[in-house]
Design a protein around this ligand. Structure first.
Ligand code: SF4
Length: 335
């Protein structure tokens, strides 16, 4: 091992990634493709990744699709171009495989808003309740969860419990409130939220809609209720993508992480997509965690097979049942 690699490996936990120089003349797309073949690796990328990472991925999707791919792949290495909880989910589903994440510090404000030890105490107050957790949570929280869900399958997961079964929903309070409205179930909600989806500006969106009267306003259910109330369509990232492809609207104001717009443009090149503005000085609303991954970090992590995701065995054993159950219910529902 070279001295540089040795030092970068030592600093891995501090930095989150291998801090090594990458030759700027290197054709990263060609190199990453070569490494994929040599190592029998698969790249799974979330819709919120940079467009160049989406373009080199073997599979692009939302949390449900990515979990399904992670469970089914026959690759030896899963490279997760997404955030930490997604790579953890892949490790839980395929514990014998090597799971890599280009930057360990690609976290998630929503997952962080529900620490497992605090949630355990909260749960003790509701001994008759089952727990449904949005998949955007830590591996440890999954050990305290009966069934996970994503925004694509959440309604099916909730409806899979008998009506008299009391439920706790964690960690996203906005998605929880939307689900209470959609399913008619009075669930106990954990008060967590996503830093990206909670800061869309009602006022700026209203002004934008006046400027673009023919545009459809579409929103992810992690947005706050007053934003969802004015949306023409509410759904998961896959559902928003499908809506832009299938509806007759030619213009869309999109309230979710703007990385998805790359796929929207690819699928409907003649339509117009406007990212919904947040409540700050920025024009759009990127997830700083998702955007920690870069082509350079992706290349280095595949080349040196670091950083790797490791989980204690007990976490995998106790947590995976909640994801398996979710996949089972989704498959039955044809999702
Ligand atoms: S967009 Fe929100 S929920 Fe998704 S990874 Fe970023 S902080 Fe987490």
């Amino acid at each position: 091992m070279s001295a540089e690699l040795n030092l970068a490996t030592k600093n891995l936990n501090k930095m989150g990634y291998l801090e090594l120089d990458v030759d700027p003349t290197l054709d990263l797309v060609a190199e990453i493709n070569k490494l994929k073949k040599e190592k029998n690796a698969v790249i799974l990328a979330h819709y919120y990744q940079e467009s160049e990472i989406q373009d080199i991925a073997d599979y692009i999707g939302d949390s449900l699709g990515l979990s399904q791919q992670a469970a089914e792949t026959d690759a030896d290495i899963i490279v997760f171009a997404g955030v930490h909880f997604m790579a953890e989910t892949a490790k839980m589903l395929s514990p014998s495989k090597k799971v890599l994440l280009p930057d360990l510090k690609a976290g998630c404000s929503l997952a962080d808003s529900c620490p497992a030890p605090v949630f355990r105490k909260f749960k003790e107050k509701y001994p008759d309740h089952k727990v449904v957790s949005y998949i955007n949570c830590t591996a440890e929280l999954k050990t305290l969860t009966d069934v996970c869900c994503t925004s694509t399958n959440a309604k099916h997961i909730i409806d899979s419990f008998p009506p008299e079964q009391k439920l706790i929903f964690a960690p996203d309070v906005n998605l929880g409130r939307w689900l209470v409205k959609e399913t008619g179930r009075d669930m106990v909600l954990w008060n967590g939220s996503c830093m990206v989806h909670e800061i869309f500006s009602h006022e700026k969106i209203t002004k934008l809609r006046i400027k673009h009267p023919d545009a459809a306003f579409i929103a992810h259910p992690e947005c706050e209720a007053h934003i969802l109330d004015i949306a023409d369509h509410v759904g998961s990232t896959s559902s928003l993508l499908r809506f832009t492809r299938e509806s007759d609207y030619q213009e869309f104001i999109v309230a979710t992480e703007p990385g998805i717009i790359h796929q929207m443009v690819k699928e409907s090149p003649d339509k117009v997509f406007i990212p919904a503005p947040p409540n700050n000085a920025c024009a759009c609303n990127e997830c700083p965690h998702m955007k920690r991954n870069t082509m350079e970090k992706l290349y280095l992590c595949m080349k040196h097979e670091l950083p790797e995701i490791h989980l204690p065995e007990w976490v995998i054993e106790q947590g995976v049942a909640s994801i398996d159950r979710m996949l089972e219910i989704s498959a039955k529902a044809g999702l």
